[in-house]
Ligand binder design. Structure first.
Ligand code: RP5
Length: 157
């Protein structure tokens, strides 16, 4: 419960589990300590505020928040932390994810959320971007990110 983490991953529902797994696997690849928590911005606003405080006190420096439908989770997280917040809109519902996408990329001025791609690509990219952000002050992590990029380009590591 009180173990140190670098990244906090939040999702709005247990039904988002497949996307959380994609993100968590990529964070594991970079050996980034993280905690994944299901906390709905709509159904559990107080628990969400408490988790943000807890995550910060455990050392979290980046928040990843993913949600579908009226995807307010990234924005509500951003309203309560000065850490970077990476928002991943998830597909599902009557609008196939367009609803979540628009929710994530329409934050009002002063409260930024970095909007990632919709769905699985966004879930993976959020982990990579979190690694890139953290690597600014961590040369070993930077090496791991560079290895990953080289492998992606087919150059091996
Ligand atoms: C969002 O609504 C969640 O992030 C999920 O993507 C979607 C559906 O949630 P459930 O109704 O399955 O709990 O808040």
């Amino acid at each position: 419960m009180t173990s140190p983490i670098q990244v906090a991953v939040l999702s709005g529902s247990e039904s988002d589990a497949d996307f959380v797994e994609v993100c968590g696997r990529q964070l594991d690849h970079f050996a980034i300590a993280h905690d994944c928590r299901v906390v709905s911005a709509h159904r559990q606003p107080q628990a969400l505020a408490a988790f943000i405080r807890e995550a910060e006190s455990r050392g979290a420096r980046v928040f990843i928040a993913m949600a579908g439908l009226a995807a307010h989770l990234p924005g509500v997280v951003a309203s309560q932390t000065t850490c970077p917040v990476l928002g991943v809109p998830l597909p599902g519902g009557a609008m196939g994810g367009m609803d979540a996408l628009l929710s994530v990329v329409q934050m009002p001025k002063g409260v930024p959320v970095a909007g990632l791609a919709l769905g699985r690509a966004g879930a993976q990219n959020a982990a990579i971007l979190a690694a890139q952000i953290l690597s600014v002050g961590d040369p070993e992590l930077r090496n791991r990110v560079e290895d990953f990029k080289r492998a992606l380009a087919g150059e091996g590591s």
